[in-house]
Design a protein. Structure first.
Ligand code: GSH
Length: 234
């Protein structure tokens, strides 16, 4: 594009600036698809970013969402929450404020106890540090499992198998791409998630969402993840 003030977007529609293998972008892709919002994808090559991309996101990160009125939203959790709020009929989040808070807490538990140790385990240089991250990953996944057991006993959990009962919701949209990334520590650091009662709810949940089209449509293959994560391996 020659004019430096111009960038591509869909007139009167939603435009998502995205990179296919990015786990953050996958949150936005899944939220828009689950809400059945028509949107145009502009694929951003992170190795060779278009010169206009700073006009969309000065941080130069994906995802970014341009709304029909020209507002640009960045940060994947902000984008997915916006979609859930803007399209309440899609029921990506419960209507009740307490239940919404419980969903957000589940996402927070996953993102604070599991996600940092995915990359942490790969980047750690010593065997001892790697083992520490793998142990923390396992305790984080145990906590996720406990949260699911608690949630499924609540009226909104309806016994599972998704966080929100029989609905693929924002709980999966905001976490599933990082479950997908566990292929990295499994391959490089020997992570093995036990098939014990402590992890039973976690396994049931993963089994359920892994078959859902909103997950499979944007899933990265284990081979692609292992290849893409190689650069993080100490
Ligand atoms: N906190 C951001 C993180 C987004 C992020 O880090 N995206 C990566 C790609 S997966 C990116 O755009 N990195 C910029 C780069 O590689 O130059 C979010 O949740 O949206």
């Amino acid at each position: 594009m020659s004019d430096a003030s111009v960038y591509p977007y869909e007139e009167n529609g939603y435009t998502l600036y995205s990179t296919a293998y990015c786990p953050f972008a996958q949150r936005a892709l899944r939220a828009l698809s689950a809400a059945k919002v028509p949107f145009k994808v502009v694929e951003i090559d992170l190795q060779n970013k278009p010169e206009w991309y700073h006009l969309v996101n000065p941080q130069l990160k994906v995802p970014a969402l341009r709304t029909p009125d020209g507002t640009i939203l960045v940060e994947s959790l902000v984008v997915s929450e916006f979609v859930a709020d803007q399209f309440p009929e899609s029921q990506l989040i419960p209507a009740d404020a307490i239940e919404r808070a419980q969903l957000r807490l589940f996402v927070e538990v996953f993102n604070s106890r599991v996600t940092p140790h995915i990359f942490g385990s790969l980047k750690a240089a010593t065997e001892e540090a790697q083992k520490e991250h793998v142990d923390k990953l396992l305790s984080g996944l145990r906590e996720v499992s406990e949260e699911l057991v608690k949630q499924w006993a609540r009226p909104s959990g309806k016994g599972g198998p998704f966080w929100f009962g029989d609905k693929f919701s924002l709980a999966e949209i905001n976490t599933a791409s990082f479950v997908n990334l566990l292929a990295g520590p499994k391959h490089y650091r020997g992570l093995a998630i036990p098939e014990t009662d402590e992890y039973a709810a976690y396994h049931k949940w993963v089994e359920a969402f892994s078959q859902h089209p909103i997950y499979t449509d944007f899933q990265s293959s284990n081979e692609a993840i292992v290849h893409g994560m190689k650069k993080f391996v100490a």
